[in-house]
Ligand binder design. Structure first.
Ligand code: SAH
Ligand code: SF4
Ligand code: F3S
Length: 439
């Protein structure tokens, strides 16, 4: 019988896509997927460090594997991802979680088969980390979760050093993949029947800056737009400081680029934006929103917001509430500021007390939810194009899919439609989902 593996993935789309690559490597070694840790021969955690709760969850889960290892000493336990790029975290794992066998980082995933072999030969804990991850390894394929939509990396790392954020320290310096290899990958996906592509990077708008020749993100979009078979192009994340007029025009003109923009604002207060090192003001941001709404009517705009950054006053927070009302977001990821050791903001003296953070967080949600609902109301009685994604978890007769604007839709239909584009008339509107029927 083949050996079996399971992967637990935390964090963002980068990690999700890295896990698809890990899965491909393991299946090439003859491993087979299982949903159950109890029957696994290989368990791997792909970790995130962006907020403390992501980190604490992993410690809890790794601790719980101790009894499995006792029952099955041949079980191999590995940890990779952003947490492993930090020496202090690795030291905690090595000293307190001795049942972990293999540790590696964010830029040496391709070495996993080698690391497993080395572990099997020596039985010794393997630690393999590239501290200064500058290279791009092009040869790993991915065992993608879906057969009709795919993530494609375009940049790795980040140079922005927002003062709250650990990502530049875990993913290294920003580097762009060569346009030829990106386009080749997408071409091949299109030939295999993929319809939707999401271009991934911490800041896709700065794509091309490290290539050594003139090549912009807008130009890359134009090239992807030419590939036959691809119907929808998405991308994330956009940094407001790099959202150029050329790019806004590309979103407006290119038929396959979806009417959707994730544009993290983080705060509505100029004082806080400056302390965060975001390099734009609320006025700059609102002007961008005005331009994009004008160029692409009906575009859905989403964002990330941090509540309780050090020094945030009631007045600063009110500026955030005011901004979200002005922008009228379609959706938002909201976060309580979390101290990340090693970042500039971690050493700021004026940390906001937890109860104030929580209270503001609730007020932010109370402000946002009616806005989301109102934005969704615009879809009532309209017919929208939906890419069918899966059978609903709660009802096997119901399918879920997404509009070009990224709205999640529930509707009745046969599971043979998964991966197809259908037209759905919207009959019910909620804050987070829409319901309708196929026409
Ligand atoms: N590169 C992307 C995503 C980075 S991480 C971007 O720049 O938008 C995703 C989100 O996590 C960030 O946008 C930010 O809102 C949030 N985040 C990052 N560090 C955080 C911290 N220390 N505390 C709370 N939220 C944080
Ligand atoms: Fe973090 Fe800022 Fe880079 Fe995004 S742009 S990954 S928030 S440092
Ligand atoms: Fe987390 Fe790393 Fe992504 S820290 S958010 S998994 S880049």
């Amino acid at each position: 019988m083949n050996k079996r593996y399971t992967i637990v993935t935390h964090g963002c789309q980068m990690n999700e896509h890295d896990s698809e690559k890990i899965s491909w490597l393991l299946e090439n070694m003859g491993y087979e997927w299982t949903d159950y840790k109890e029957e696994s021969d290989f368990i791997i955690y792909n970790t995130c460090l962006v907020r403390e709760n992501a980190e604490l969850r992993v410690y809890g889960q790794i601790g719980a594997l101790k009894s499995l290892k006792r029952k099955n000493p041949d079980l191999i336990i590995a940890i990779c991802g952003c947490m492993m790029q930090r020496e202090e975290v690795r030291n905690v794992i090595l000293s307190k979680y001795k049942h972990v066998d293999i540790i590696f980082g964010t830029s040496n995933i391709h070495k996993l088969p080698q690391l497993i072999n080395r572990y099997e030969q020596t039985g010794k804990t393997i630690v393999d980390i590239v501290e200064d991850n500058r290279e791009i390894v092009e040869d790993i394929e991915a065992n993608r979760k879906y057969s009709f939509k795919a993530f494609v990396n375009i940049t790795y790392g980040c140079n922005n050093f927002c003062t709250y954020c650990i990502v530049p320290y875990t993913r290294g310096r920003e580097r762009s993949r060569e346009p030829e290899s990106i386009l080749e990958e997408i071409q091949e996906l299109a030939e295999r029947g993929y319809k939707e592509i999401t271009l991934l990077g911490q800041n896709v708008n700065s794509y091309g800056k490290t290539l050594g020749y003139d090549y912009s993100f807008a130009r890359l979009l134009k090239e992807v737009n030419k590939i036959d078979g691809i119907e929808r192009i998405r991308f994330m994340t956009s940094h407001p400081k790099d959202l150029s007029d050329e790019l806004i025009e590309a979103i407006a003109k290119l038929d396959k680029v979806c009417e959707q923009l994730h544009l993290p604002v983080q705060s509505g207060s100029n004082r806080i934006l400056k302390a965060m090192n975001r390099k734009y003001t609320r006025e700059d941001y609102l002007l961008l929103i005005e331009k994009i709404n004008k160029a692409v009517p009906n575009i859905a705009i989403s964002t990330d917001i941090i509540v309780g950054f050090p020094g945030e006053t009631e007045e600063d927070f009110n500026q955030t509430l005011d901004l979200v009302k002005k922008v009228k977001y379609d959706s938002a990821f909201t976060f309580l500021y979390s101290i990340r050791e090693g970042t500039v903001a971690a050493n700021m003296k004026n940390q906001v007390p937890d109860e104030i953070k929580h209270e503001r967080f609730q007020r932010l949600l109370d402000t946002l939810y009616p806005i989301f609902y109102n934005e969704n109301l615009k879809y009532m009685d309209k017919t929208v194009e939906v890419l069918v994604e899966e059978v609903s978890k709660n009802n096997e007769n119901v399918l879920t899919g997404r509009t070009r604007t990224g709205k999640l839709i529930h509707f009745e239909g046969d599971k043979d439609l998964i991966g197809e584009l259908v037209n759905v008339k919207i009959t019910t509107v909620k804050s987070f989902t829409l319901e309708g029927h196929i026409i």
